[in-house]
Design a binder for this molecule. Sequence first.
Ligand SMILES: Cc1cc2nc3c(=O)[nH]c(=O)nc-3n(C[C@H](O)[C@H](O)[C@H](O)COP(=O)(O)O)c2cc1C
Length: 193
Amino acid sequence: MKIQRPPSAALLPVPAVLVTVPGDPPNMLTIAWAGMVNGQPPMLSVSVRPPRHSYPLLCAAREFVVNVPRTGQMEIVDMAGIESGADVDKFKDYGLTAAPAAKVKAPLIAECPVNIECVVRHQLALGTHDLFVGEIVAVHYDEDVLDPEGRPLVDKIDPLAYTSGEYRGVGERLQAHGFTVEKVKQRRQRRKQ
Ligand SMILES: Cc1cc2nc3c(=O)[nH]c(=O)nc-3n(C[C@H](O)[C@H](O)[C@H](O)COP(=O)(O)O)c2cc1C
């Protein structure tokens, strides 16, 4: 039996990432409402509440970096999602390095294995949050998380997921995309017969 519940943020898992914005000092905040939204040009979105210290910085700069933390960086993720840049210099307090980005003014968090530079192309006020759609203009990986062909190794990145108020890893590999191709071919054949 299904149990119907009131509408809520029911989609899970979502990533837990650190979004950096330019400022003096530059700031970071934890974002769980982030996701890919377009392929070409590649775009992702982040949803930010206007009361956040980062919000006016993001509105002014219209650039940001999505830094993908490892599960081992969970404490920083939690703290950056509780403390405000209005009160603390998070880079300094957390002992993190603000590395210059290639194409935007927001800094990379050097200690995060993946850094995605974005330029805001759309901003949409939805109610509690503003949706910022950013075009991805550069991506950086720690060299040890790439295979010899330059493909990212998820197990090495070890990214953090957020699920109903809990942090989790992404778990073990189950299958590769397209593992049902043969089965789909057979089904098509059967339908033709
Ligand atoms: C796991 C987690 C996920 C969060 N996701 C979001 C989010 O998607 N959007 C948002 O506006 N705030 C989110 N927050 C809250 C902000 O990170 C938090 O209010 C932070 O202190 C804001 O920092 P700032 O004031 O320096 O900008 C999240 C916090 C945590 C712990």
